[in-house]
Every structure is written in C-alpha cells, then in structure tokens.
Design a protein around this ligand. Structure first.
Ligand code: FMN
Length: 223
C-alpha cells in the first residue's frame, strides 16, 4: 500500500495513519478555567520533549471550536498531566465526551480532586502519577479538512508518584500501573510486559538512557 495522506484517498476502509506511530501514551489533562470550573480530557498526541529540565507537549486538534483544555491552558498557563491506566479506562472515556465549559468533568466522571502544590488545576486522585505543568508556548499548525492544530509546550514543575507504584530501588512499577495506550482506530493496549536492553558497548557521556541524569550529571545505579 502506498498513498498520499494529504489527499485523504487512502486505499482502505480506514485511514491507517493514526495506527502507525504507536503505542501512544494517554495524557489525561486536568485544567481549571478562569471562572474556577475544573476540566478533564484525554490526549494521545502527547510526548516527552526533553528531560533536563523536563518539558512535555500536548497536541490538540480544533475540529469546530478550540477545546476547553486548550483554552484553559492558554488562559491560565497551567495544567496537570495525569497518567491514564487500564483500570481507569471507563473514566478516561467519559471525560473524552464534549461537555460545556461550565460543567465540572471531575464530578461527571466521579474523579477525586487533589490540590496541586505549585499550580491551581487539581491532580486526578485516582491516577498513579501526575505532573504539574506550566505553559511555555503554542505551535499552531494549519489543518487540512480538520481545522487547526495546537501543539502546547509546557515545563514540568512538580511530579507526584504514589508510593505504592514505586519499587524498592525507586523505579516506577510500570506493570502495576498498567498505563493505557492508543493504537489508532478504536484500539487500545496497556503495558503488560517489559524487557531490559542496555546499550552495547556502553557509551561514555550523557546519553540520558539510564534515566539517571540530574543537574547535568549522569549517575550510575540510579538515585
Ligand atoms: C484516548 C483518547 C485520546 C484522545 N487524544 C486526543 C488528542 O491527542 N488530541 C485531541 O485534540 N483530542 C483527543 N481526544 C479527544 C478529546 O479527548 C475530546 O475532544 C475531549 O472532549 C476534549 O475535551 P475538552 O473540550 O474538555 O478539552 C482523545 C480522546 C480519547 C478517548
């Protein structure tokens, strides 16, 4: 199969594009608007941009109007990235529906508001990991048939990991969390197996792969 994605004339019943760059984690983004109404929505067009200091990006499409998440982040400059899990998949689905800006999606989905340390939006209490984020900038990309796209870039200023999801050596217990991932179409997955692969031969320098970079220093053995 070969096709030009701009023409949308893909030679299959369903467009395969969103099922190519997979699996995508689901950033479950909580915000609060200027009137104080809390909002939650899932986004799979998310990524780590860099780690020292940590920055992330959230990609928000604008099919008809700007989504509440995008408006709230740009107006208040703050949001929380919560990790979506297999156990929370129903609540993730509920919060993906389109609600009016004055509806509290924590309440609609039965989620618990936990105050953040540095910012106004709340953490989702049921999520194992939440990152407090401060808005940096938006890269606005024109759409084709689908309106514009906003790539929101933000700095992570506080990280919350529930102790029960940390192993004795401080590593995140990913298999216990079972993060939810998007595969395109109506398909999802969750992480249920892990294998370790160390660089061969071990390179010198700050490759960052070990996850042990702190203040520009890469350390052996974790901390
Ligand atoms: C698993 C999942 C992933 C999603 N990922 C995105 C995404 O990356 N970008 C986007 O614009 N919408 C995405 N959506 C749709 C939004 O969650 C949906 O439009 C939501 O209603 C936006 O809410 P808001 O208006 O409160 O911000 C996703 C939905 C689901 C269920």
């Amino acid at each position: 199969m070969i096709f030009d994605p701009v023409s949308n004339a893909f030679p299959a019943e369903l467009n395969p594009f969103k099922s190519i760059s997979i699996p995508r984690p689901i950033g479950w983004i909580s915000t609060v608007n200027r009137e104080g109404v809390h909002n939650v929505a899932p986004f799979s067009q998310v990524m780590n941009l860099t780690f020292d200091p940590p920055y992330i990006a959230v990609g928000i499409n604008e099919p008809i109007k700007r989504k509440d998440t995008c408006v709230n982040i740009e107006e208040t400059g703050e949001f929380v990235y919560n990790v979506a899990t297999y156990d929370l998949r129903k609540q993730v689905d509920i919060t993906s529906l389109d609600y009016a800006p004055d509806e509290d999606e924590f309440e609609i989905a039965g989620l618990t508001k936990v105050p953040a340390v540095k910012i106004k939006p709340c953490l989702i209490g049921e999520s194992p990991i939440s990152m407090e984020c401060v808005y940096h900038s938006t890269v606005r990309i024109p759409g084709n048939t689908y309106g514009t796209f906003d790539l929101i870039i933000a700095r992570v200023v506080m990280i919350h990991i529930k102790d029960e999801f940390l192993m004795d050596n401080g590593k995140i217990d990913v298999l216990k969390i079972r993060p939810l991932c998007r595969l395109g179409y109506h398909d999802y997955s969750s992480i249920e197996s892990i294998f370790e692969m160390k660089q061969t031969p071990k390179t010198k320098g700050f490759d960052g792969l070990s996850g042990t970079v702190l203040n520009g220093q890469e350390r052996e053995g974790g901390f």
